[in-house]
Design a protein. Structure first.
Length: 96
């Protein structure tokens, strides 16, 4: 599964957990925060999908992600990102 698709799936999982996902341009890495009681996950739209996946994985690590269905390839990428705590390389073909 491509890293672009993994990022989209993780964004949707965050939304299902009532976390607002915002993509903005700027000089920042991104991450999870709470502003005025609203949970927000910021992603830098200028970053490649691999970095966005790393940011998403970091944010989802402390959320109840087990309550959301993830495709096996997405769950595997997420768990690998948690294990290595670094950017994860993904296969280039799409095997939904």
């Amino acid at each position: 599964m491509k890293s672009v698709q993994i990022a989209k799936e993780l964004e949707e999982a965050a939304r299902q957990l009532d976390v607002r996902v915002r993509k903005e341009k700027g000089n920042f890495r991104g991450g999870y925060c709470i502003r005025k009681g609203e949970e927000i996950l910021m992603l830098n739209r200028q970053h490649p999908p691999e970095i966005q996946v790393a940011v998403l994985a970091g944010a989802l690590k402390n959320l109840p992600i087990d309550s959301v269905y993830l495709k096996p390839a997405v769950r595997q990428a997420l768990e690998e990102a948690w294990k290595t705590d670094t950017l994860v390389e993904f296969e280039s073909e799409d095997d939904d």
